[in-house]
Each structure stands twice: as C-alpha cells, then as structure tokens.
Design a protein around this ligand. Sequence first.
Ligand SMILES: [Zn+2]
Ligand SMILES: [Zn+2]
Length: 442
Amino acid sequence: MPNQTLLKTAISAALDHFRDQLAAFGDDIFSHAEVGFREERTAALVADQLRALGLTVEERLALTGVKARLRGARPGPTVAVLGELDGLPVPDHPSADPATGVVHACGHNAQLTHVVGVARALVEANATDQLAGDVVLMAVPAEEYVDLDWRVEQARAGRLEFLGGKAELLRLGCFDDVDMAILVHATGDAEDRQLSLRMSANGLVAKRARFIGRASHAGAAPERGINALNAATLALQAIHMQRETFRDRDHIRVHPILTRGGSVVNVVPADARLETFVRGASYDAIADAAAKVDRALRAGGLAVGATVEIETLPGYMPLIVDPSMGELFKRNALALVGDSGWAEAGPIAASTDAGDLSHVMPVLHPSHGGCSGTNHAADFFVTDPYVAYLQPAKAVAHTIVDLLADNATEARRVLQAFEPKLTRAEYLAYMRALASFVSFRA
Ligand SMILES: [Zn+2]
Ligand SMILES: [Zn+2]
C-alpha cells in the first residue's frame, strides 16, 4: 500500500479509538453554549485538549480565539483547520442556556470536535513525519452575526473593530502565517446527506435603523406627536415592495425585524428601531439591494415626519470555495461515505465569515450531516455523533495528508492556482469603507 493510504488508515484508526472521548467532548460543548466573543469556557476546553497533545497554545486571539501549530517534518505550506466557538440565542430550544438563551443550534460544537480530533489523530499516527508544511489548529470566535449592541459597545471601548470573528482575526494578523483553511459546517438538511459541498454562499451587510419621532398623549393629543412606529411600519412595507426588483441570480435575502416599537400604549412612540441583514451573492448585488433598503427606510421617516438614522455595519463577504481543495475533499469523502452519503448542491443562501477568509486565501467549507432539524431553529440537534463528529474529522485529516504529503505537491498546486480576490490590506480597506452612519431629517 502506498504511504499515504497507510497514513490515512492509521489516522482513521486513531479517530475510531478516541471516538467516545471525542463524542463526550462535542456533547459537553453543546451543553454549554456561549455567545460569540464570550466563549470563555469553550475556548479553555479546546486549549486544554491541544495542550494535552504537547502543543504550544495561543489564547485570547480576538478575545477568545485559540491557535496551535503542529509542525511538519519539512517546510511547506500551512493548512489551518478551523472550528467556530460560538452558539447563538434560540431561547425556545430545549437545550438553550436558561440564563442567556444561547445554544449550539448551528452545530459549531461539532467543528470543535473536528479540530481536536484532527490534531489528536495526526499526533497519534505520527503523521507529521510524512508532511511538508504545518497544520494549524484554530478555534475561532463569533461566526454568528448577533448580539450587536454588546459588540458595538466593545468596539467603542477599543476591544474589537469588526463584529465578526474571522474579520477580527484577519485584522489582527492571526491568519498571516496560514496559507489555506478548512472548516466543516453542520447541516440538518437531509438532502446534504453525510458529507456535502456547496461552492458558494451569500455575503451580507447589516443595517440598524432608528426612527425618531415625538411623544405625546396617544388618546388626548396624537396630533402633537410624530409616530416613530408608523414610520418604521411604512419602512418595512417599503422594503418588502423592493422584492420584485431583486434578480434570482443575485440570491438577495432581506429579512428585517422590529427591535423596538414603543414604550407604553398611551404614549405615541417616539423611538422605533429596525435591524436587517441584506444578503446577496456578490458585492454589487448587495450594494444595490442595500441602497434600496436605505431608500425605503428614508421613505418611512419622510411620510410621517420622523428623523431616520441608518447605521451600516460591514458583515460578511460571499463565500467562494476553492475548487482544487473541493476536489481533494470530495475524493476523500467518497472513500468514506460512498456515493449514497455524498451530495453536491447549489449555493448557500446563508452567510459565513469564512467568506471573508476565502477572499484572501483558498478555503474549503464542506458540510456534514448527523444532525436533525433546521439550523438556527429550536429543533436542531446532533443525532449521530459518528457522522457529525468523527467522519468529518477523518475526511479533513485525509485531505490534509493529500495536501502536505509527497512534499506538499498538492498544496503547492492549490496555492499556485489560487488568485486572491483581495489582499489583506484591500480587504480591511473595503470593510472599513462599508461602515457608515447617516441621519435624515424629514
Ligand atoms: Zn454556523
Ligand atoms: Zn449559523
């Protein structure tokens, strides 16, 4: 048997051997979900696991990120395996933290089992003896773009600049010594089977709008007030009336929520607030839809005479999966799950900050099954620990062998074929240019 095949067999055996420990680790993380940039307990557990392997561990990167490096026998490219640390608030999920409402309803706990599992299996199988280049293990904060009030506060205090984890890590230079990255995300969608690949995902910008009216007695003197809730209501309708102008191929998703609609019923609301994401498949499409949303927000204020403040926050870039890494992963996935366990499908309408990373380096972002329910919903659970925790770790570790064995011929080929859409400096400039705050007085 060729060396690489023997090595993959040894890696799989190591993962099978630690199966119960890895499942317990993944379940423990699931039961103690924490919101982004505040994943203290989760990060400490990942760091402990990596330290137990004798690795030097960096901690508190972008507040909670964890990073360790497994050195190959010879120099070569560095492949990072990423796991996202954060849960998200879904308070009606049965496993949600009763105090915070946070739960791993996006399955990020599984990603952390992949990081820890890959590290452990590579060490146990002495894989690095055969690798040219390093493997970086990283647990990254705050993939979910939520909890914005707290994050904006942190940004004002100088503890963050961007409100997503990978953007922050990019800003801080934490990816400067990484050449390519791999992350396997959970899906509850049965169509995606055990392992799957979709080559792209939407990007997004976030909008927060505040309508400022004038309070007055809602019964005795509404004519002396300016109803901010009416302005927000009209703005919502105006946003929905843009929908016929969105082109199918741009995959636009605009999904506003009302976060404040008044204080007490007998006072005309003077302060109403909306939040929305504007998602799309390309920056141009996002910019076009975002301009329409701004126009709609202004229209609501104009109609009733309220002032409108619109804050735009740079969100995530569209995801572009590297096709060469995708091919390598597919080969390894098929060897593990066969045709019936593998799926390839169209673009992801959701967004991920792995998209940001994919603009500066090759990124592989497949999905794994072993979950039921809908991501972000109260019915999402890991149902098959082998398929969710173990099998993706095998597929990732095997792909790393293909990339870095044989003097890293494949990794070098990936890097040669890759054309970054942006340099890190261009990326940061683009993100900073997106942020804005404007105020319109009716
Ligand atoms: Zn997720
Ligand atoms: Zn999610």
